[in-house]
Design a protein around this ligand. Structure first.
Ligand code: AMP
Ligand code: MG
Length: 422
């Protein structure tokens, strides 16, 4: 990790940040390297894991030519010319899993079931519904074509072909695809170990009784849930009070045991925010004012071998910065070749939104479809960075670009759905 320029921070949300969202993210990504290390897992445990080695086909799929429908297998040379009928003798019956040992001669056909191996010399299957059966023979007309209703060997996958590249996050159909090759185990990247802790004398554990002037810790739980969702092993280090020595010990312990460290709070300039000072002593950390709302103060860097994210304290800012910065970074560390974040789409905004140019805003919204099928989005109302309800009621971010001013009702806005992420 390279040493980055240190900036002073400020907790005034109204003041503009000095680093654009894109610049901050790119700087983070540029400083990260992929984590090495893999493990072998049975495919039954491999969904959502990142493939460490490509999957190469060891067989053809399907391995043999087989019938795509229930019907009669025959040679295409026995198909009648236009306007005529052909009568063929039924010489047997083949069911899936029991290949036919005899051959097929001119003028003959064999009843065949879906998935059953095609007999020697047969290359065409006529659907059961399209034949006229007369005890030991069938009659067919001229509507058929050579080779129809047959699945060719290797039609899905060919022996030696790279079926799945490394660096993908395995999905249910991909697990099935691997099974179709007769492969029982796969090599996947080791999961990232993420240490999390909250900071602040005012922050209470959920098991504590309510206390005057204190708040319950929500950040650690939203972060824990988000990290588990993206496959991290989470090391929950609890709440660390605003005490320089305790913070130092916690950071050192986290750096020894984790690939990534997440804290929330303590990265602004409040009198009790010792986090900054301790971090400045311990690692190569940058304190940024990012031109965004919510989420302006942000610390990022390295402590020992661990990547450090010092997220803001406000609960919505934690989620926004996790989603917009940490998720792409985790994807890079994991060696994922595809983004973990959802694509941005444009829809009309049914609310008017106040905004000044000069920072990117991540408002929370509800994306919905009208009875005529059009999608639109409205905000979830009050958007303060401490109002977690604005996030829990939302199903998408409304992303208002850096230079954009106020949004009038009916204007197009950029939207990023939460679906599949949280
Ligand atoms: P700070 O940056 O530490 O001054 O925190 C900013 C705001 O976020 C304050 O109102 C804190 O009380 C609040 N906050 C900090 N940590 C947490 C937490 N773990 N859960 C909920 N709110 C928090
Ligand atoms: Mg604090």
């Amino acid at each position: 990790m390279t040493k980055l320029t240190t900036q002073s921070s400020c907790d005034d949300e109204n003041e503009r940040g000095t680093l654009s969202v894109q610049h901050a993210l790119q700087t983070m990504l540029d400083s990260l390297v992929e984590k090495t290390g893999s493990q072998t897992l049975p495919i039954t445990d491999a969904v959502d894991r990142v493939l460490a080695q490509p999957i190469i086909a060891t067989i053809n799929v399907p391995s043999h030519c087989n019938a795509a429908v229930d019907g009669y297998a025959l040679m295409h040379t026995d198909l009648p010319p236009i306007g005529q009928l052909a009568e063929l003798t039924i010489v047997g019956r083949i069911v899936a899993g029991h290949p036919y040992t005899g051959g097929l001669k001119k003028g003959e056909c064999i009843q065949i079931m879906t998935g059953a191996q095609m007999p020697d010399h047969a290359d065409t299957v006529i659907m059961q519904e399209q034949v006229e059966i007369c005890s030991t023979t069938i009659r067919i007309d001229a509507r058929h074509s050579a080779g129809q209703n047959v699945r060719q060997a290797g039609e899905d996958i060919q022996l030696g072909q790279t079926v799945l590249a490394s660096g993908i996050k395995l999905t249910p159909p991909q697990i099935g695809l691997i099974a179709s090759l007769g492969i029982a185990e796969v090599s996947v990247k080791l999961p990232l170990v993420a240490a999390i802790f909250s900071t602040g004398d005012e922050v209470l554990n959920i098991a504590d009784s309510p206390k005057n002037g204190c708040i319950y810790d929500s950040n650690r739980y939203s972060l824990l849930a988000a990290l588990k969702k993206c496959g991290c092993q989470v090391l929950d280090m609890g709440i660390i009070p605003d005490d320089a020595q305790k913070l130092r010990a916690a950071f050192q312990l986290a750096a020894k045991n984790a690939d990534v460290i997440f804290t929330s709070g303590g990265v602004s300039v409040g009198a009790a925010d010792y986090t900054k000072q301790v971090l400045a002593d311990l690692g190569s950390i940058n304190f940024w004012k990012v031109a965004m709302k919510p989420g302006r103060p942000l610390a990022f860097g390295q402590i020992g071998d661990a990547v450090f994210f010092g997220l803001p304290g406000n609960p919505v800012a934690v989620m926004v910065t996790f989603y917009q910065f940490a998720l792409p970074c985790l994807a890079k560390i994991l060696g994922l070749k595809q983004p973990l974040v959802n694509p941005i789409i444009k829809v009309r905004c049914s609310s008017s939104i106040r905004k000044l140019p000069g920072r990117t805003e991540f408002q929370r919204g509800v994306l919905s479809q009208s009875h005529t099928g059009e999608w639109s989005i409205c905000t979830t109302g009050q958007q303060g960075s401490g109002i977690l309800r604005s996030m829990s009621e939302a199903n998408a971010f409304i992303i208002l670009e850096h230079e954009r001013g106020a949004v009038k009702q009916g204007e197009w806005v950029n939207v990023q759905a939460f679906a599949g992420l949280f």
